[in-house]
Design a protein around this ligand. Sequence first.
Ligand code: ATP
Length: 338
Amino acid sequence: MAEEIVVIEGDGIGGEVVPAAIDVLDAAAASSDAIDADGFTYTYAAAGDAVEAETGEALPAETYEAAANADATLFGAAGETAADVILPLRDAVGSFVNVRPAKAYPGVDAVRPETDVVFLRENTEGVYSGHEDRLSEDLSTLTRVVTSSASRELAEFACEFVADGRGPDHRDGFTVAHKANVMRETDGRFREEVLSVAEEHGVDADEELMDAFATKLPLDPTQYGVVVCGNLAGDVLSDLAAGLVGGLGLLPSANIGHDNALFEPVHGTAPDIAGEGVANPTAAILSAAMLLEYLGYVDEGQGVRDAVEGVLRDGPRTGDLGGSATTSEVTAAIVERL
Ligand code: ATP
């Protein structure tokens, strides 16, 4: 039976790059024997600034429900309402890990062209769990939440990820980045649980203090492959890696749950170029490749990645990569290769 994919374009260039990703999903489905002859079923749902202006709600209940009941969701971007949209959507799909690859592609002007790392970021707790208080005129506090169960769940995912060969080829196992020398209780627990799950699974795991990691990654990214982090560290360190590979228009991400997942480009709504038809669709298309792999269509996902890589190498390219092609021209070139 055709899988049901919920499509939320959102605001700004979301309405340009998500349709590009759907064209690529359709082309991948048409060229694959494994995918149902009818392709995927798409259910369109609304979220973001425009919907809020119209209805007063950035994430209507029917969008939340649709994502919660889908096989997977493809999301574009939301503007001012981003936090009101994406945090509940991650909850709707029961996401516990955020997967963020940062790979430098040939033909793209990267600060570190040898970068090929994948961050696996804990997606539910740490300092982002919402426990902030203003206790007085002078004092605000934040409670950092770390549980053994979430740390172990992330580590189990990481072990499976590397065992399936989904990490970069140049490194076995994974690195856990933490600050357990200072946050002895919270990151101490996180570190201990992650390393103990790795040991139980016979997976090679080394560790780095997150500040040392932030220095060492730009100096020599080839030291690292899969990197396992808490919520805030994963957010910051994966953005650092994004800076090394040359451009927000290239980076996909996945929010994975136990039986559902949501895929989105890392970039936002890019209001400066929205509506001009010149946005780079690569991040959204690589997010669709991750979606294919999540649904079990591993060869098809790889096929999309290869097509994207070919177009990044040979062109056409959008303006952010020094070219003058439109979103549709780049998408058509990728579809053509499929
Ligand atoms: P938001 O408020 O939605 O986060 P933003 O402009 O602050 O929007 P991004 O949307 O991530 O943040 O954009 C940052 C910069 O990167 C902008 O100059 C934007 O044009 C550029 N950019 C982001 N995504 C793309 C893309 N897919 N193609 C081309 N340029 C992009």
